[in-house]
Design a binder for this molecule. Structure first.
Ligand SMILES: Nc1ncnc2c1ncn2[C@@H]1O[C@H](COP(=O)(O)OP(=O)(O)O)[C@@H](O)[C@H]1O
Ligand SMILES: [Mg+2]
Length: 260
């Protein structure tokens, strides 16, 4: 497989809930080392699309290909087995336990047979710190409770965990929406670091067009279950979607900040 082949390809995906059509023939491709932003207002169908991609819902019709092979998921486990890792907004972290315990959550490295085995704490701490560092966040105390970490660090933890456990396609559901501006920048930097790894395809769900312009290589704009625009951030300049220009002045400052 070369970088010219999409890691994920969605073809004419439709989803009906009863006689309501939530997705009406959506197609998109995401390549390794690419951030693909999925934009659209509430009700556009973003969550429905990622739930289908992560095995939560089955499509009414249409096809999904991962690394060239058609896939059909009957559960989230099926999706995760082919390398689709989804980081949901709630992050599925336990604030009261350590960063390392959250990193391994249920997949701890143990010496000896369970339930009497001994946790390989040192090794696990080292892995958790290294994996976080690869995507730009240095944590000096991996035993610190997740509740003491910043919002941006937590998001990075959930991302690092998904990658370490095999995500080739990383789906991020509104990763910046619950954060203040400084933390948002931290998460965008993390996303760029993941992109720099080169082998992962990132689908970034957001309703923040400014963030999409800052980090996305391509975008797909959904409205009422249909693709109403697709292209590169530069294409947005001439777009009819006037809202996208609202952040024009602000975007230069943010882009400069991201480079630091
Ligand atoms: N389980 C469901 N049953 C019925 N309708 C649903 C269901 N999930 C989503 N919808 C409808 O599908 C449309 C798209 O929803 P959603 O995918 O959540 O959009 P978004 O994430 O872009 O806000 C909405 O009109 C929503 O009410
Ligand atoms: Mg949604």
């Amino acid at each position: 497989m070369s970088n010219l082949d999409p890691l994920v390809k969605i073809e004419n995906l439709k989803k009906n809930f009863g006689n309501f059509t939530a997705l009406n023939g959506v197609s998109l491709e995401v390549f390794p080392g690419e951030v693909h932003a999925l934009l659209g207002d509430n009700g556009a169908g973003k969550s429905t699309l990622i739930k289908i991609l992560s095995g939560v819902y089955q499509p009414t019709s249409g096809k999904i290909f991962v690394e060239g092979s058609e896939v059909k998921f009957s559960s989230p486990r099926d999706a995760s087995n082919v390398g689709i890792g989804t980081v949901y907004q709630d992050l599925a972290l336990n604030a009261l336990t350590s960063m390392t315990r959250n990193f391994f959550l249920g997949r701890e490295q143990i010496i000896g047979p369970p339930p009497f085995g001994i946790l390989k704490s040192k090794e696990m701490n080292k892995i958790a710190v290294e994996e976080m560092k690869k995507i730009g966040i240095f944590i000096s105390d991996p035993e610190q409770a997740v509740g003491t970490m910043s919002g941006g660090q937590r998001q990075t933890l959930a991302i690092a965990r998904a990658i370490y456990f095999g995500a080739k396609v990383l789906i991020l559901d509104e990763p910046t929406s619950a954060l203040g501006q400084k933390q948002q920048m931290e998460v965008l930097k993390t996303i760029l670091k993941v992109r720099d790894l080169g082998n992962i395809a990132i689908i970034l769900i957001t309703h923040n067009e400014i963030h999409a312009r800052l980090v996305a290589d391509r975008f797909t704009f959904l409205s009422l279950g249909e693709v109403i625009g697709t292209g590169t951030p530069d294409d947005l300049k001439d777009s009819d979607i006037k809202r996208l220009m609202a952040g024009g002045a602000e975007i230069g400052d943010l882009a400069a900040e991201l480079k630091r």
